[in-house]
Every structure is written in structure tokens, then in C-alpha cells.
Design a protein around this ligand. Structure first.
Ligand code: AMP
Length: 249
């Protein structure tokens, strides 16, 4: 079985986001970029499934600019077999990314597609669900445990009420939670080996997919600065302030 894993290049989670002075977006020039964190869990899980002999190939795919190759190389250094870069504007909306992925899935025929539960740049949490709808495949979102057994996949989902266990049938779409596993670090020899692993480059225009945006971004601005907090001496004073000053109770 082939496993396809999606990896998105995003601003590193440690970076303090800066809004561009013209309000057209956030600054990405000279900013540290990394693999979207839950995508690392997706890569790790695909590798673990392969290591148990239940998969024979792990393919990583990214949709974005030329530099997304670096993100693919990181996944290859972790142990993935080959990569695919779909060259496109890195700000494609989730529906457009899902349509692009659908095209590649129809060609590559994987039995399992692992995505991150959410990209930390747009926080959309939509791509996996949309992809599942486009393909008509079963899906598990926010997954913190995966067990593959023949043609079925038992998963545990992290939901608001607690944990939900589901049994799905292959082919499946799974979106991975950070609690799924601890991603491995790439060793130096594997980083060197990854340089020789193949990455196919495709242009999004050649896939015949409508990627036109459906959302018009008007302006990006910083959230208001948080006001300084105040200390209260006891609960009575807290209640009094909430009631008469903040007027929230
Ligand atoms: P989102 O729906 O934007 O929150 O993204 C959810 C997941 O979809 C991410 O964690 C990635 O695994 C995948 N994804 C979204 N956009 C891209 C992209 N441009 N390239 C590769 N994977 C992506």
C-alpha cells in the first residue's frame, strides 16, 4: 500500500508574526519557515506504518512555491521515499489544495492519505475534510491513534467531549493531531541520503484544476494590544469589578 502525506511550508511556530505595513498580508521575507507541525506527525505516522510492513511506499506532497522543496526534503530526510511538488501560489485556499490533491491521488492511487489536522498559518482545518468529500472516501479528523489491520483502519479521534473510536475502511483520509506521536529527528546520514531522493515537479496550471480564490482578503491588521491586567485582593472584589466595571455578569 502507498501512503501519501501532505506537508505545508509555513512560518515557523516560534516566529513572532509581523503584519506587512501595507496590510496586504503577513511578512514572510527573511522569516524562518518550517514544516507545518501536525504534518510532521503525519510523516512520522506514515513511516511507522511502513516500518511495520503494512505500507511499502511513503510519498510526500506539497503545494506551494519553489521553496516548498525544502519542506519535502525534510520529510525525505525523516525517511519518506519520494516527493511531489505542485508549484503554485503558496496561498491557495483549502478547496483548491484539495482539488489539486485529488488529481494526484487519482494518478498515484494511495490507499491512505495523511494530512495535518490544521495548518498553523491559516488555521482553516478544512483541507482533509474537503478532500474526503471530493473523493468520496471515509475520513477521520484530529486523529491521535491509528491501527491498520488488513483493509480496515481503527482510529481514535480527539474531540471536544473526549475520545472517539472509529473503524474505517481503506482507502481513507486521516488528519493527524499533535498527540499522535513524537516525530523523529532526521539523522545526518539520512539528510545526505535525502538529497538523492526524487522530487517530481508539476505546475498547478497543468492539472486542469480551478484554483481561483473564493475569498477576497480586504486587509490584514494586528489584533488590538492586550491591556495591562489588574490585581484584585479577593473574590468579592473580583465579582464587584466584573459586575460594575467590566459589566460582564
Ligand atoms: P488547512 O485546512 O489549511 O488547515 O490544512 C490542513 C492540512 O492540509 C495541513 O496540515 C496540510 O497537511 C494540508 N495542506 C494544506 N495546504 C497545503 C499545501 N499548500 N501543501 C501541502 N499540504 C497542505
Amino acid at each position: 500500500m502507498k501512503i501519501l502525506v501532505t506537508v505545508k511550508r509555513v512560518i515557523d511556530y516560534n516566529v513572532q508574526i509581523r503584519v506587512k505595513s501595507d496590510g496586504s498580508g503577513v511578512e514572510t521575507e527573511n522569516v524562518k519557515m518550517s514544516m507545518n507541525p501536525p504534518d510532521e506527525n503525519a510523516v512520522e505516522e506514515a513511516l511507522r506504518i511502513k516500518e511495520t510492513g503494512k505500507a511499502d511506499e511513503v510519498i510526500v506532497i506539497s503545494v506551494g512555491g519553489e521553496k516548498s522543496q525544502e519542506t519535502i526534503r525534510t520529510a525525505l530526510a525523516m525517511g519518506a521515499d519520494r516527493g511531489i511538488l505542485i508549484k503554485a501560489d503558496s496561498n491557495l485556499e483549502p478547496l483548491a489544495v484539495a482539488k489539486v490533491l485529488q488529481k494526484i491521488i487519482e494518478k498515484e492511487n494511495p490507499k491512505m492519505v495523511l494530512l495535518g489536522k490544521q495548518a498553523i498559518d491559516d488555521d482553516c482545518n478544512q483541507t482533509g475534510q474537503m478532500l474526503s468529500a471530493l473523493l468520496g472516501w471515509e475520513q477521520g479528523a484530529f486523529v491521535s491513534k491509528i491501527e491498520v489491520d488488513g483493509n480496515s483502519v481503527s482510529i481514535t479521534r480527539e474531540i471536544d467531549e473526549g475520545l472517539e473510536m472509529l473503524k474505517l475502511s481503506l482507502p481513507v483520509i486521516v488528519t493527524c493531531d499533535l498527540r499522535l506521536n513524537e516525530p523523529r529527528y532526521a539523522s545526518l546520514p539520512n539528510i545526505m541520503k535525502a538529497k538523492k531522493k526524487p522530487i517530481d515537479l508539476l505546475n498547478v496550471e497543468d492539472l486542469g484544476v480551478d484554483t481561483s480564490p473564493r475569498i477576497k482578503q480586504i486587509k490584514v491588521e494586528e489584533p488590538p494590544k492586550r491591556e495591562k491586567g489588574i490585581m484584585v485582593k479577593d473574590v468579592a472584589e473580583l465579582v464587584q469589578k466584573l459586575k460594575h466595571e467590566a459589566k460582564v455578569i
